[in-house]
Design a protein around this ligand. Structure first.
Ligand SMILES: [Zn+2]
Length: 117
């Protein structure tokens, strides 16, 4: 089925341009757009939102998409947050997290607020 690469609408054969965004449709969505169908599993339980964001940044820098599940920022900042990654990247993600936890990065000068834990 043709898809719009921009809004991911699915079209019937014969449609050449997306009706909504005027983009030329493609035969199949690019690889990264398929993550919607990927099962996400918990790779790590962060102690709080800040730690979760730190790990999220590291994973995303390596090209691993991740979801934060749990406390919402600013609401319950001291509750644990689950970091979920696609099932097929789990091992890779856990290795990265392991490395981070062994050698914590230097403190970010922007985050010199009161400690939150
Ligand atoms: Zn579109």
């Amino acid at each position: 089925m043709p898809y719009c690469p921009k809004c991911r609408a699915e079209y019937v054969y014969g449609v050449r341009y997306c009706l909504d965004c005027d983009e030329a449709v493609v035969e199949a969505l690019p690889e990264e757009a398929k993550t919607a169908n990927v099962k996400f599993v918990t790779a790590f339980q962060a102690r709080h939102v800040m730690e979760a964001h730190l790990i999220q940044g590291i994973l995303e820098a390596e090209g691993i998409p991740c979801l934060l599940v749990g406390a919402r920022e600013g609401v319950y900042p001291q509750l644990p947050v689950f970091i979920q990654v696609p099932e097929d990247r789990l091992e890779e993600a856990q290795q990265l997290i392991e490395e981070v936890r062994e050698s914590p990065p230097p403190p970010d000068p922007d985050l010199q607020d009161e400690p939150i834990f």
